[in-house]
Design a protein around this ligand. Structure first.
Ligand SMILES: Cc1ncc(COP(=O)(O)O)c(CNc2co[nH]c2=O)c1O
Length: 404
């Protein structure tokens, strides 16, 4: 049983007031808040061991390098990756997906197919469209049903020997749907397709085991897992990372440079050009430690209770329409109230200190599918409470009285 008040005491921002009211932060799918231990680790890095890494001969550089590489190993353990060099530090999920999509131009030709799903974030659609434009490959899309669940029978029909990579999210940021990625990975491998899992919404909530999943790539953002903005991870199977061409050229990613030819560094540095986000990589490890100190199973169980409670209380609102009613979901609730524009609800509840996201959530195809301009999205984390959900319901009712 989690001590939620003790957890909330770890997050200084939760004592903020907004418009004279206590902050109720329900935009965790956009970015998570940071515990004091993460905030302190950032300050501690710059106050004690800040130096450039991997090439310095002096002590500070060695200390910073050790901390950075220890964090990589921590993340390797967290993901249960076979090798630490299969864990690449990135700027976030978008960076990780672009790194793979860019490199896949080496393996995709005209007439081949690249598969995404109907519920993807734009970051897991546009890079693949760019790949298709560059190579003449075709983008195929796994459809979903009215609950916001992928239609697996259609997925299996879409898969052919032409499918070279399947890129899908583990969890939808606008619907909350948890996708059956184990099955998707298994079926994709049967036709020889690689699989990239966009784990941006899963890493904060679920224990990820990349070897058990047998995915070829798995990517997530540090800022959604209580870590620093601009940090993230791309896991890639060694066999793929060895084949994939570098994404960016520069220092760090080379073995030898001559004007005639340059040879590249081995893994992971081949994909880590330039001075990395050193503090971000180190402190991402601190954030992962913090989540593990609470326990992802405990986090998931508590957030499921918040999801149940939130659905129960919100559905008492006359005229509410939930967008995303999958059987398997995380703690994301998207909804609209009658014909009221979601933006107007978001603006009014903000006056009462409540932070939700409104709009298309970078999933415009999802909004088109449900024929809505956008939704109000409340996304809960392990530091939220049922009392905060009660405050949200009262605020939405007030907005409905004002606008309905
Ligand atoms: C499923 C998914 N994929 C990719 C991204 C991109 O992550 P980034 O590179 O860290 O920006 C996001 C961010 N989702 C959201 C960002 O703000 N509101 C959101 O729902 C996401 O939810």
């Amino acid at each position: 049983m989690l001590d939620i008040q003790a957890i909330r005491n770890d997050f200084p921002i939760l004592t903020q007031t907004v418009n004279g009211k206590p902050l109720v932060y329900f935009d965790n799918a956009a970015t998570s808040q940071k515990p004091q231990v993460v905030i302190d680790a950032i300050s501690n890095y710059y106050g004690t061991i800040n130096a450039n890494i991997h090439r310095g001969v002096h002590t500070l550089s060695q200390l910073a390098t050790d901390a950075y590489e220890q964090s990589r190993q921590k993340i390797q353990t967290h993901l249960n990756a076979k090798h630490n060099y299969e864990v690449l530090f990135t700027a976030g999920t978008t960076h990780g997906i672009n790194l793979v999509a860019h490199g896949f131009a080496a393996f995709v030709k005209a007439g081949d197919e690249v598969m995404v799903s109907a519920m993807e974030h734009h970051s897991n659609i546009v890079p693949w469209q760019m790949l298709c434009e560059r190579t003449g490959a075709k983008l195929t899309v796994i459809p979903m049903n009215e609950k916001g669940e992928l239609i697996i029978e259609e997925f299996e029909k879409l898969l052919t020997e032409k499918t070279k990579i399947v890129a899908v999210n583990h969890i939808s940021n606008s619907l909350g749907t948890i996708n059956p990625i184990e099955h998707i990975i298994k079926k994709a491998h049967e036709v020889g397709a690689a699989v990239l899992i966009d784990g941006a919404q899963a890493a904060p909530h679920l224990k990820i085991d990349v070897q058990a999943l047998d995915c070829d790539f798995y990517t997530f953002s540090g800022h959604k897992t209580c870590g620093p903005t601009g940090s993230g991870v791309l896991y890639g199977k060694e066999e793929w990372l060895e084949k994939l061409p570098p994404y960016q050229g520069g220092g760090e990613m080379i073995k030898e440079v001559t004007f005639e030819k340059t040879t590249y560094a081995g893994l992971p540095h081949k994909f880590e050009a330039g001075t990395p986000h050193i503090e971000g990589g180190i402190v991402l490890g601190t954030a992962i430690d913090y989540l593990n100190s609470i326990g992802l199973d405990n986090i998931m169980a508590y957030e499921n209770e918040l999801l149940r409670y939130g659905n129960e209380k919100l559905q008492e609102i006359e005229g509410i329409r939930f967008i995303g009613t999958a059987t398997k979901k995380t703690s994301v609730i998207s909804f609209n109230v009658g014909e009221i524009h979601p933006y107007d609800i978001g603006a009014i509840v903000d006056k009462m200190g409540i932070a939700v996201r409104t709009g298309h959530h970078c999933t415009q195809p999802v909004m088109n599918f449900f024929n809505v301009p956008g939704t109000v999205r409340a996304s809960f984390a392990f530091y939220n409470t049922k009392e905060e959900i009660d405050a949200l319901v009262l605020a939405v009712l007030k907005a409905q009285r004002m606008l309905g």
